[in-house]
Design a protein around this ligand. Sequence first.
Ligand SMILES: Cc1ncc(COP(=O)(O)O)c(C=O)c1O
Length: 376
Amino acid sequence: MSTTRQIPLSGPWLDEREEQLVVEVLRSGRLSLGPTIDAFEEAFAEVVGAPYAAAVSSGTAGLHLLCVAAGVGPGDEVITSPYSFVASANCAIYEGATPVFADIDRRTLNLDPAAVEAAITERTRAVVAVDIYGYPCELDELSAICERHGVALVDDACEALGARYKGAPVGSRGASSVFAFYPNKQITTGEGGMVTTHSEEEWRLLRSLRNQGRADSGGWLDHARLGFNYRLDDVRAAIGIGQLEKLDEILAARAAAAARYFELLGGINGLELPCADDSDHMRSWFVYVVTLPAGADREAVIAELDRRGVQTARYLPCIHLQAYMRERYGFGEGLCPLAEELSSRTLALPFHARIEEDDQAHVASAMWEALAASYS
Ligand SMILES: Cc1ncc(COP(=O)(O)O)c(C=O)c1O
C-alpha cells in the first residue's frame, strides 16, 4: 500500500544539548524562579541588544503585561494590525480597552503608519505594532507618531527574533518588545515568551506583575499590586538556553530554506512571494507565506496540496473578522480593505530550519500543479 509522504508545516530543532540542559535543571531541584531563568534572560537580552529582559509564560502574557505597564484600561483604545495573530488585539481587551484596527501596507503586510496616525483619537492609549512573519515594522515612523500623540508603543516581535531594523536587532532600539517561543517559532521553549525593555523601572514592574504582584523587596506572601502567574519555569528556560546557543545556525538554515523557495516558486505566474529585504529591513524567517493570484481558488489549492501530502495554513485570518470580534464590537468587512483582500489570498507553506530540499521541491511542484488545476 502506498502512502503519500506528509510534509509538515513546521517543526522545532531540538537535540541532545537541550536534553542535557533540561536534565541539569531537573537534577538541581530548582524548577521555578531559579538561576536558569536569570541565565536565559541575560543571554536573550544580549542577543536582542536590550539592557533588560523578563521571561514570561507566553508571548500573549508578555503583550498583556506591557498593556498593564502602559496603563491601558477601560475606555481606552489600542491600535493594532488586523493582519496578525489574535493576541495582538486580545492583550488590550484583557484590560477592558477597545481594539482599533488600522490597515496594512500591501508590500510588507505590516501596519501602515499613515493609517495608524489617522486612527488615533484622544482615547488612544497604546499602539501594538507587529513584525509580521518576521519582517520588521516601520518602527521609527511609528515611534514618532506615538511620541507626537503621547501614546505607548509596544512591538509585538513574537515572530521576529533575529530580525534587524536599520541594521540593529529588533528589540534594541528602545520600544519594549515581546518575543514568543511556541514550537513553530525561530526558537522554542514549548510554551514561553520574553519581554525586552530599555527601562529598569519597567523591567522591575514586569518581574513583579508576572509573579503575582510580588515586589523584589517583599516576602513570598507580600503582594504589592495585582499580578498574574505568568512565570516561565526553569525547565523551559533550559530549553531556551540550548536554543539560543544554536540561534545563528537556525536563522541561517531558515534563510537558506527561504532562498530555495524563492528559486523554486519564482517562475509561477501571478504567485506573489514574501517581500524582499531592503536597506532598512532584514527579515528573520518565521514562516514562508505566498499570496495566491487574485483569480485562484484558495480552497481548491489547499485541497490539492493536501492530497499531495503538503500541509498548509490560511495565514492569517483578519482579527476583526473573527466571530467574537464581530459579536463584541460589530466589526465587519470593509474596515481594513487591504488586510481583508490579502488575508483571503495568503497561504503558509511548510517551512522550518531543517526542511529537506527534496520536500521543498515537492511543495513547489505541487504548487505549480495545484494552481494550474485551480483555474481550470
Ligand atoms: C504576532 C504574534 N503575536 C503574539 C503571539 C502569541 O504568542 P504565544 O502563542 O506565545 O502566546 C504570536 C504567536 O503565535 C504571534 O505570532
